[in-house]
Design a protein around this ligand. Structure first.
Ligand SMILES: N[C@@H](CCC(=O)N[C@@H](CS)C(=O)NCC(=O)O)C(=O)O
Length: 216
């Protein structure tokens, strides 16, 4: 059965691949699973029909037969668990790849999102200039730790996994900040993820939605 995911009708990032349906698209492309996309406006995301799928009125969601899922991490895990290619077969290696999925979403993404949110909605506050270095310090602490763990390796464990897929998409949220570039091995790691053909197909498909909406 072909799954259906939801995505922004008009992504606020203007098609830069930062909206979280990108993670799901990329995972589906990696495992070779075709999918349909239902595009939603911001208003539609907050309506009861969509909230029945997503309690917080957000994208992405994933529908497949009787199953309706929300949370990009849960969706990527579901895809990885049901197809070969995103999680190792060995039980211990698999558990470690899953640990990296949680690390991406639970440990690395929060300080990056806190910084991005402050840049977006707190710029006019009197305390913004004082708070920003604190938020950026927290991002740098996490990146320094991740950079030191990654070292010269291509991926976080022996082979590319759903853990890398999520980590790369999380790190991409720093694009334009200049912070990622302070850690050359992390920049190279993100570039390695972006160079994967499955990533490029997912990116192009997401960008095509934005381009079509802008020209329409
Ligand atoms: N933890 C959720 C976050 C979902 C999320 O923040 N989605 C954003 C797009 S990337 C969204 O729908 N934003 C619009 C809104 O919250 O109103 C996940 O990983 O799926």
């Amino acid at each position: 059965m072909t799954p259906t995911i939801t995505a922004f009708e008009r992504s606020p990032d203007r098609g830069k691949g930062l909206a979280r349906d990108m993670r799901v698209r990329w995972a589906l492309e990696e495992v070779g699973q075709p999918y349909d996309v239902r595009l939603l406006s911001f208003d539609e995301m907050k309506e009861a029909t969509h909230r029945a799928l997503h309690p917080f009125g957000q994208i992405p969601t994933y529908e497949e037969g009787d199953l309706a899922l929300f949370e990009s991490g849960a969706i990527v895990f579901h895809i990885a668990a049901h197809h070969a290619g995103l999680l190792p077969d060995d039980a211990n290696a698999r558990a470690r790849a899953i640990a990296w999925m949680f690390a991406a979403l639970n440990t690395v993404e929060p300080p990056i999102v806190d910084r991005a949110s402050a840049m977006l909605v707190e710029r006019d506050k009197t305390w913004f200039e004082e708070r920003l270095p604190i938020l950026e310090g927290r991002v740098r602490d996490r990146l320094a730790e991740l950079s030191s763990r990654l070292g010269d390796a291509d991926w976080l464990e022996d082979a590319f996994s759903a853990g890398d897929l999520l980590m790369v998409t999380v790190l991409r949220r720093l694009s334009g900040s200049g912070i990622l570039e302070e850690y050359p091995n992390l920049s190279a790691y993100v570039a390695r993820g972006e160079a994967r053909p499955a990533y490029q197909r997912a990116f192009d498909d997401q960008l095509a939605v934005f381009t079509a909406a802008s020209s329409g």
